[in-house]
Design a protein around this ligand. Structure first.
Ligand code: JCF
Length: 683
């Protein structure tokens, strides 16, 4: 029992480390630990807490997994109403907003003394507003906006979001406010949303129309364990209440306090002056909109001075001191004119929607992806239907739903063709796959074109001047049937094609000649083996070193390569055992394609067979760089120390791993020794 205080301290220390990592990761976007190390510490905490449940605290990071389902959400009155924001849509509206606040301030006796008014600006996230109450630094309540006066208590759900601190962070044990009410937006980043929908599609489950609906659906779960599995984030945007001693003068400073207490605030938060500053901010953000990792529907513009905000106050349903500049919607309504079937590189026959052209968030959209036949069934979409389409970021526009109330009488159902629309080969569906495929292989001109486009692309053979239009002509005129045929082309053949002349033909032949010198990794990638992207191709090249070896590997050997799972291994194995493909390979090599034989076979590398572990911080290289260099020398780099560890590299402030290595007798070296070792092998 005398060990209990020691254990309590150990637990507190682990929690502190984990929380600090979460803060670095979610708030500062500057992770301090590799994910594997975080997971290891997390499991350590879980194990200790399982042995001593009496020592679990409500703010432990392990408590974010959700708890037993509620029967419904309590109704909770907001202490301060959650108002909406006014809108402006263009420069005139924005100018009118600035004029109005200036006049109101002048009327209040606030002469502006030629000083331009300061505004604090940020993106308007397209999610759901929530309010969080912290008492003495502890999260005690989380509520949805509801109608602005009353919302639903969803504390348990909100606690599962890693970007919501369960207790406020206090650097150097500074005191915390007795009361803090923070408001912000819960949303789902676009990539996580797409990935979640893709999973759902594969599992034949319900998909969400957009990230906002996905976030709403995830927060509305009575079972917080479900919410815990959803990739939701929280960004704080407002201090609604705070104990007197902690009040600051500007909105910007309030946001800075929130950041220090552990909240994520917008990375695009900016203070600007006057109308022109606002206009510049809104324009710059609009230009950046597609590149942001989340959906936004505008910019929020607030007077920065909190005293001026207080003096201006509110009108019926919105503050006088803020507005939002709205951008064009990312969803629009249009009509599905037709569905065509496209054949991809791997023969997948995919339905593509032809739409009545419509402007979506500033771009004319006339095509949208329909993914596969299952998606068509799920959407219950028919040709002629009125549909809602969504375009966000660089994702291909999608049909999100059919407006059944506006279905015309003469709609037609969408039917997968039984033969390839390009080569007439049989179309079939492999068991367990959503895709239908043309069985024509490289006899199918569509697959041939795609294979050659892939072969010539930047990350493959990078053949300058060999564009999509030219490839179409080469295949249509039967000048090129396989990639190797590219290297047999003659000036006269090329010069006769559309948009080509002798000069461009010669340039292309020269580019083809240059492309013959490549690397094994590019060569493997260029073959277009299913599921073998750039990274896997590089791993294969590094692991096997030679094309000959790769031709003879077994599925088991392939499974030893990083990133290669059973399905990919099967695709690779099948590729190299298909006689057609072997002919293509020989044909390519006969054209003079070559690469430096510097790639060393894995068995011959200096650190082959060794397992290394890195710990502590290093001065001259990052953990990832060290890992990459060690792996290049053949070592495996693991996350934890065991009897099997060959060598531990201990940087500064190395902790438990160093202790463990010493107790197991694992050799330890410092950063300097590592650098010397690396230099001795690369010098
Ligand atoms: O990101 C948002 N959706 C957002 C909404 C950002 C803000 O700064 C807001 C808001 C709603 C009200 N500020 C207020 C006052």
């Amino acid at each position: 029992m005398s060990q209990l205080p020691l254990l309590t301290n150990g637990l507190a220390d682990l929690r502190k480390q984990l929380n600090e990592h979460s803060y670095r990761y979610y708030v500062l976007d500057d992770p301090s630990l590799p994910d594997a190390e975080y997971d290891r510490l997390f499991r350590q905490l879980q194990a200790l807490e399982a042995k001593h449940p009496e020592l679990i605290t409500s703010d432990s990071p392990t408590q974010r997994v959700g708890s037993t389902p509620l029967s419904d959400f309590p109704s909770i009155n907001h202490q301060v109403p959650m108002l909406s924001l006014g809108n402006v849509f263009d420069a005139e509206g924005l100018q009118a907003f600035v004029k109005r606040v200036e006049k109101e301030l002048t009327d209040l006796g606030r002469a502006l003394l030629n000083e331009e008014l300061e505004f604090c600006c940020e993106p308007k996230l397209d999610g759901l507003a929530v309010s969080l109450i912290y008492q003495n630094g502890q999260l005690v309540q989380g509520v949805t906006r509801g109608d602005g006066q009353t919302g639903e208590g969803i504390t348990e759900n909100l606690k599962t979001l890693r970007s919501i601190p369960l207790s406020l962070r206090s650097a150097d044990n500074q005191s915390l406010p007795e009361l803090l009410e923070v408001r912000g937006e819960v949303y789902m980043p676009r990539a996580a949303f797409e990935a979640m929908n893709e999973q759902a599609r594969l599992a034949d489950e319900k998909t969400f129309a957009n990230p906002r609906n996905a976030a709403a659906g995830s927060l509305r779960q009575l079972d917080s364990r479900i919410t815990a599995t959803r990739p939701l984030e929280f960004t704080a945007y407002q201090v609604a209440q705070i104990s007197q001693d902690f009040a600051v003068e500007t909105h910007e400073k309030a946001m800075q306090s929130l950041k220090n207490w552990g909240f994520k605030i917008s990375p695009d938060l900016k203070v600007v002056k006057g109308y022109s500053g606002l206009q510049n901010f809104c324009d710059a953000l609009a230009a950046k909109r597609d590149q942001l990792p989340y959906d936004i529907d505008g910019a929020v513009l607030k007077i920065n001075d909190l005293r001026l905000q207080a003096e201006l106050g509110f009108r019926a349903r919105e503050p006088r001191w803020a507005t939002s500049f709205k951008y064009p919607a990312q969803e629009e309504i249009t009509r599905l004119l037709d569905v065509e079937f496209q054949v991809g590189r791997t023969g997948a026959v995919t339905p593509v929607a032809r739409l009545e052209p419509v402007q979506v968030a500033g771009v004319t959209v006339s095509n949208a992806t329909l993914h596969n036949m299952d998606e068509i069934v799920r959407l219950e979409v028919r040709i002629g239907d009125t549909v809602i389409i969504r375009r966000a970021g660089d994702v291909i526009p999608q049909i999100v739903r059919v407006v059944l109330e506006q279905r015309p009488t003469n709609t037609q159902s969408i039917i997968m063709p039984t033969s390839c629309p390009i080569c007439d080969s049989h179309v079939e569906r492999a068991e367990g796959e959503a895709a239908y495929r043309c069985t024509g292989g490289l006899y199918c001109p569509a697959q041939r074109k795609e294979a050659i486009k892939h072969f010539a692309s930047r990350k493959a053979f990078d053949i300058e001047g060999l564009g999509v239009k030219l490839i179409d002509q080469l295949v249509d005129n039967e000048l090129v049937k396989s990639p190797a045929d590219l290297y047999k082309l003659k000036v006269e053949q090329l010069a006769n094609l559309e948009r080509m002349a002798e000069k461009s033909a010669n340039n292309l032949l020269e580019a083809l000649e240059v492309s013959k010198k490549t690397t094994l990794a590019r060569f493997i990638y260029a073959l277009g083996i299913r599921e073998v992207g750039e990274a896997t191709a590089a791993n294969l090249a590094r692991y096997f070193g030679q094309l000959e070896t790769l031709k003879q590997v077994s599925v088991e050997q392939l499974l030893d390569v990083d990133d290669v799972g059973p399905i990919v291994a099967q695709h690779i194995y099948a590729f190299f055992n298909e006689p057609h493909n072997l002919t293509t390979l020989d044909d390519l090599l006969a054209q003079g394609i070559h690469w430096p034989e510097t790639q060393v076979r894995r068995e011959d590398l200096p650190l082959t067979g060794q397992t290394w572990v890195l710990t502590g911080s290093m001065q001259n290289l990052t953990r990832d760089q060290a890992k990459e260099k060690l792996e290049a020398l053949g070592a495996k780099v693991a996350g934890s120390v065991s009897k099997k560890t060959s060598q531990l590299v201990a940087g500064e402030a190395a902790g438990s791993k160093l202790t463990k290595a010493e107790s197991l007798g694992v050799p330890v070296m410092d950063e300097q020794q590592l650098l010397e070792l690396l230099a001795s092998h690369t010098g």
